[in-house]
Design a protein around this ligand. Structure first.
Ligand code: LMR
Length: 338
């Protein structure tokens, strides 16, 4: 549809200007067709399931007015491209991991500090806190608005050999997300980090381009990384969680009732993702065990050595993140979420 016909269709709508500026399609019947792009499996994964729930909810509550098309499995964009596409108006919703916003803000580096959050509950508590809520606006001036956090889970580590001591990782190449904190984390182990899109990880592990990786049980299971690794180690050393983002100008230019309807569905999807993440990761862990994958656990002594090896990373990024933000995250470990 051309911009001219799109304008004609929208004539009379308060949203004409903003919608015409973006790549939002409008169907013959005048329905807005918007895209939600993500990189994970649509099933068995908190993000995949929550994105679909959001689309279904919008399909019901804004029937005939807005339709959300969900593109899972990096079908439309990988996370390195999706934010630029969003600023150009080619996609309206995405939920990249918080490790993938470095070009826009350094504030989310808090989520990558190794061994900072003690468990998923602490991460959720931090997200609910005043500091966490303020971070949703960290990129307002860049045109990206955070609509909510979605949890995945704690990261586990794997390689083409067993990892029990930090020295076991030495000299190995690890795939990482686009984050300098994660690069520093592997450098602290004497390993070699390699930034790579999620969609390329399986092939890179299989072909020996990299030796190892870190991810949640849901990602490791649904993307089959375990097939090309020597078991996993339950390190729980970090977290993968998401920021659901949209183009701020587009969002603010929507008719108020449409925005309210989208917001209500987003809140529903957020509650679903955050309520279901832990269960889905436990389910993926069980399926890995059923598939015969060895999951190694660390003794308290081994764990202490991993913490010792990685902890110096904090000091390198403290200035970017802010002492008060780190303090709020540590308070969340104590259950203080305000
Ligand atoms: C990764 O790149 O490993 C993750 O961010 C993928 C995801 O969206 O969970």
């Amino acid at each position: 549809m051309t911009n001219v016909s799109r304008r004609a269709l929208l004539a009379g709508s308060a949203a004409v200007g903003v919608l015409a500026l973006t790549g939002v399609r409008v169907s013959r019947a005048g329905e807005l067709v918007v895209k939600f792009s993500h990189v994970v499996s649509p099933k068995g994964h908190p993000k995949g399931e929550a994105a679909q729930l959001f689309a279904d909810c919008v399909g019901e509550s804004l029937k005939g007015r807005v339709k959300v098309e969900v593109y899972p499995n990096s079908q439309l964009y990988n996370d390195n491209k999706v934010l630029e596409a969003m600023l150009l108006g080619d996609v309206q919703f995405a939920a990249p991991s918080l490790s993938k916003f470095e070009r826009f803000t350094k504030k989310f580096r808090i989520f990558d500090l190794p061994f900072l959050f003690k468990d998923e509950e602490a991460v959720l508590c931090f997200m609910r806190s005043k500091t966490g809520r303020e971070l949703l606006h960290a990129m307002d001036d860049k045109g990206l608005l955070g609509l909510g956090y979605w949890m995945n889970g704690m990261k586990q580590m794997s390689a083409n050999r067993p990892l029990l001591e930090p020295e076991d990782a030495k000299g190995l190449k690890f795939r990482i997300q686009q984050s300098d904190v994660l690069a520093a984390q592997f450098e602290a182990l004497g390993a070699v980090p390699q930034k790579m899109a999620f969609s390329e990880v399986y092939g890179a592990l299989q072909q020996g381009v990299v030796d190892g990786q870190e991810n949640t049980y849901t990602n490791i299971y649904t993307k089959k990384f375990y097939e090309v690794q020597d078991g996993l180690t339950e390190t729980n050393h970090g977290v993968i969680a998401y920021l659901v983002v949209t183009n701020r100008d587009w969002w603010e230019g929507l008719p108020e009732d449409v925005r309210a309807g989208l917001r209500a569905c987003m809140d529903k999807a957020t509650a679903y993702a955050n309520g279901k993440a832990s269960e889905l990761n436990q389910q993926a862990k069980r399926k890995l065990i059923e598939a015969g994958v060895t999951i190694r656990t660390l003794t308290p002594e081994q764990r202490r050595r991993w913490v010792e090896a990685m902890k110096p990373v904090w000091a390198k990024f403290e200035a970017d993140i802010g002492k008060e933000v780190i303090a709020a995250a540590l308070a969340a470990n104590e259950g203080k979420c305000d």
